[in-house]
Design a protein around this ligand. Structure first.
Ligand code: MN
Ligand code: MN
Length: 312
């Protein structure tokens, strides 16, 4: 029991009761020691940049709790077992002063830079979508300009040239303008809100996923990304509100969870260097289904990361 602090190694499944014990992500060891860690999962409980409903600060806790059901067996459909093949640690949540939101981006960037400097990969659990910009900056400092795969109802490309603003709807705009993202290698999947200028990003709306199917869309995404270092950010509002009601800015007409599962699985082969799942807002969730979706997305990100490194 209590693998979160009693686990001997960093690998292996867990037979711990899902409904009891200390809850870490995938029952991995909670640790700030990154020695021997391939992949660090960290929570970013920040939601002060939302335009509508708050609550994503509670996302990391809810996703950790939902993930407790995923550690009995390898994830379906992959043929690999990341729990055995990848040394994963729960690096805990970002510590920051909630009363200094202007300082938050730099604090988060340094947090992720520290993980990457230790030689580990990073998967982040948000938090609202503003958290992705500092995380992208940290990754681009290591890998250079990134291919961004953004799964989202919104492009988050609304113009915002004010460096002091922290806004979940403009993170992608700022990332493009700063050059941490290569728009020619980047793609938005699942969009269904109007934005004036896509800044060169390939746009694959939710309707295209519905009409062409996730396999065809995944093939297009792989074409756009090519062999560039790739970062995948999954805004849970990409899913239809029927599958993810617990989020801040829900929009109808979204992806079904099965479409997202097939899409992510079929992206195997992209050179994933990092990823996140954001905008899970438990206070607006029903029966925990949004947190379950978030935990599954995080597991798929781990599989994509492992696949890119040949960890089987
Ligand atoms: Mn978003
Ligand atoms: Mn969104």
């Amino acid at each position: 029991m209590d693998g979160a602090f009693a686990r001997e190694g960093l690998k292996g499944a867990s037979a711990e009761n899902t409904f009891g014990g200390a809850v870490s992500f995938l029952r991995r060891r909670y640790t700030k020691d990154l020695t021997g860690v391939d992949l660090a999962v960290t929570g970013v409980p920040f939601d002060q940049a939302v335009t509508n409903r708050p609550g994503a600060r509670f996302g990391p806790r809810a996703i950790r709790e939902a993930s407790a059901l995923q550690v009995y067996d390898p994830p379906w459909g992959w043929g690999i077992d990341p729990l055995s093949a990848v040394a994963i640690a729960d690096y805990g949540d970002l510590a920051f002063d909630y009363a200094r939101p202007a300082e938050f981006p730099a604090v988060l960037e340094a947090h992720v830079a520290g993980i990457l400097a230790a030689g580990a990969g990073c998967i982040a659990l948000g938090g609202d979508h503003s958290v992705t910009l500092p995380i992208l900056r940290a990754h681009a400092a290591v890998h250079g300009p990134l291919a961004l795969v953004q799964v989202d109802a919104h492009s988050d490309l609304w113009p915002d040239d004010d460096a002091a603003r922290v806004d979940h709807g403009t993170f992608a705009y700022k990332a493009m303008r700063e050059g941490v993202i290569d728009p020619a290698r980047s793609v938005l999947v699942g969009g269904r809100t109007v934005v004036g200028d896509m800044l060169g990003v390939t746009d694959i709306p939710a309707r295209t996923v519905h009409e062409d199917g996730p396999a065809a869309v995944a093939a297009r995404v792989r074409d756009v990304v090519g062999d560039a270092p790739c970062y995948l950010t999954f805004d849970i509002d990409a899913l239809d509100p029927a599958f993810a009601p617990g989020t801040g800015t829900p929009v109808w007409g979204g992806l079904a969870s099965w479409q997202a599962a097939a899409l992510l699985r079929d992206l195997a082969g992209v050179r994933l260097v990092g990823g996140d799942v954001v905008e899970v807002s438990p206070p607006y969730d029903s029966a925990g289904i949004t947190a379950v979706a978030g935990a599954h997305v995080a597991m798929e990100l781990i599989c994509l990361w492992a696949w890119a490194r040949g960890l089987r």
